[in-house]
Write a protein that binds this ligand. Structure first.
Ligand code: CDP
Length: 223
């Protein structure tokens, strides 16, 4: 089974994706880390993340260890990730890895173009979103939990700017797939989002008999 989760920044994709992966016993891939690690490689070399040749070379040289670095979050890494992500050569360089990741056991993947470009035939596509204010507050709280001092208005503005860039780019823009189920998490906590997603997945899978053997119910997921 392949579950594609897309949506704007700090919408709760990662939290949901991890829980779904554990529940269905599927591997999980945070594809944002690939773009973050690519951007970080370029910055390390003193390069410009917006330069196509430099960014594509960094994407092609990416190693697994790059995605485990501890400096992949924060304003500089956010911006570099968004810049490299708009370059078609970078996206092409990372495509095979993402598809290969799910090849043998299926997977839950979260990102911006999983349901539209990477796995257009995914069994389930979720588009997870929330108001910019709610997302700004969540990201600000995450930063605070890591003892990073940040201004809420600045964090929210950065999220709006990055979303606008992700939506406006021509290469794999952020957009809900036509057959995606949208989940608005503005008013929901992580447990409620998980329960709703399990319910939606159960209904979706019931429409496709024969493709997936294990169908979860919301109550099964919460006990
Ligand atoms: O954690 P957050 O939602 O803020 O971002 P992320 O998922 O780690 O993604 C960081 C940036 O990478 C995004 O703003 C996109 O520009 C880019 N990205 C992308 O273009 N395609 C993906 N599949 C994943 C991330």
């Amino acid at each position: 089974m392949i579950i594609a989760i897309d949506g704007p920044a700090a919408a709760g994709k990662g939290t949901l994706a991890r829980r779904l992966a554990a529940h269905f016993n599927l591997p999980f891939l945070d594809t944002g880390l690939l773009y973050r690690a690519t951007g970080r490689r370029v910055l390390d070399e003193g390069g410009n993340p917006a330069d196509p040749a430099t960014a594509e070379a960094a994407a092609r040289a990416l190693a697994a260890l790059d995605t485990q670095r501890h400096d992949l979050r924060g304003p500089e890494a956010d911006l570099a990730a968004s810049q490299v992500a708009s370059i078609p050569g970078v996206r092409a360089a990372l495509l095979d890895f993402q598809r290969g990741f799910a090849r043998s056991h299926g997977a839950v993947l979260d990102g911006r173009d999983i349901g539209t470009v990477i796995f257009p035939d995914a069994d389930v596509k979720l588009y997870v979103t929330a108001s910019p204010e709610a997302r700004g507050l969540r990201r600000w709280r995450e930063l605070r939990a890591r003892a990073v001092v940040a201004d809420l208005d600045v964090v929210t503005a950065e999220i709006r700017t990055r979303d606008a860039a992700d939506e406006a780019r021509s290469a794999a823009p952020l957009i809900a797939a036509a057959d995606a189920i949208t989940i608005d998490t503005t008013e929901l906590d992580a447990d409620a989002v998980f329960a709703l997603a399990l319910q939606q997945i159960g209904e979706k899978i019931a429409e496709k008999p024969g493709r997936v053997t294990h169908v979860a119910t919301p109550s099964a997921g919460l006990t």
